[in-house]
Design a protein around this ligand. Sequence first.
Ligand code: HSE
Length: 442
Amino acid sequence: MGFKVGLLGLGTVGTGVAAILQNPDGRHPLLQMLELHRVGLRSPSKPRSVDLPAECITTDLESIVTDPEIDIVVEVIGGIEPARSLILKAIDRGKHVVTANKAVISRHGDEIFTAANKAGVYVTIEAAVAGGIPVIQPMKQSLGANRIASVMGILNGTTNYILTQMQQSGRSFDDILADAQRLGYAEADPTADVDGLDAGDKIAILASLAFGGRIKLDDVHREGIRAVSASDIAYADKLGFAIKLLAIAKRPDTAPSDAGIPDRLQVRVHATLVPKAHPLASVNDVYNAILIEGEPLGQVMFFGPGAGAGPTASAVVSDIINVAALLKAGLAATNPNTPSVHPLLACSHHSYSQVEPISELVTRFYVRFLTKDHPGVIGKLGTCFGNHQVSLESLVQTGVRDSLAEIVVVTHAVREGDFHTALDEIRTLDAVDSIASLLRVL
Ligand code: HSE
């Protein structure tokens, strides 16, 4: 008995998957039962680092998902279409699907998992979040006894690399991004990474797993790192913080931790000042990490490579092995009239979680003002903050630059809406030239 795999895509990840399937020795014994039957790709003339028999390759991607011999379709082409349609067609043909596609799952997970449950097939997504780090299976299975309070992570390697380099070299975002693009660490169009969209897709998926309801991507507050300057990194460092792009999903502090599915969640991505002693502060370069807090476990952190051929293929193949194990044990759907799926591997969500508006968030802020260097300016800032219940933790005038005073403020926890009302009042002060930057503090 063996199982046939159809691979959609032979780019970085597809090549890594093919390399593992072609060389199973020394890995899990179930890999010996798998055959890489056909590979669908879009550019056959592109040089590849794996050797595949010509008859196994096709540019007709649809022929893979309709091939009656294929048991498991692996989708690693990325993007929304044709990936979404191919996944749905594969499900419709009774095939199990393994995908690394966070963009499709975070936007179309509802229709995909509904179709999969109806058809009695599996759609597994270990590689969609944090590349090689095993986090989906642990959240679905190993952490099932816990009431999750928060999931917080560095889920984008490109931005973590840029922030780390800015911190270590003192250079600007634009300089480091240009270097990263030259070195192939950042895409030519870096939008999805640097504007927090990629991390937003990933935290939406993790929030669903942690809190038991689907997340509408439009509800996820997403900010990137373009506005983080070398000065902010230097001030943060002096104040005892590293700046990281954090993706956060948590029960609001006001929600009872012993309730079932929380009424409202926070799901957000933004650059954050992280105290240097915090476990995520020392996660550097392209590495990813996810810190999960639950009761009774406490904190657990997953750390590792969040992208790249080998790490992502490791996650994809772990899913293939899981599906192959179910097929071997006869636990995968065989009777289309009575479809059923293993409850620990299928998606069990049926409704959407409510996400709290960002204006309701209660957090600390770091804000850097440029002001005229006049007597009484600091007093006026303090009064405006006080008028709107914003209490200050520290305030330092760091020097004078281009005849403007630079004042850095860190607040105590404050409702975000109140903080912005205070800033609106501060902007009307004659003495205030500009608000040079504004970041949240963990
Ligand atoms: N572009 C992502 C990153 C990897 O930089 O982490 C794929 O999700």
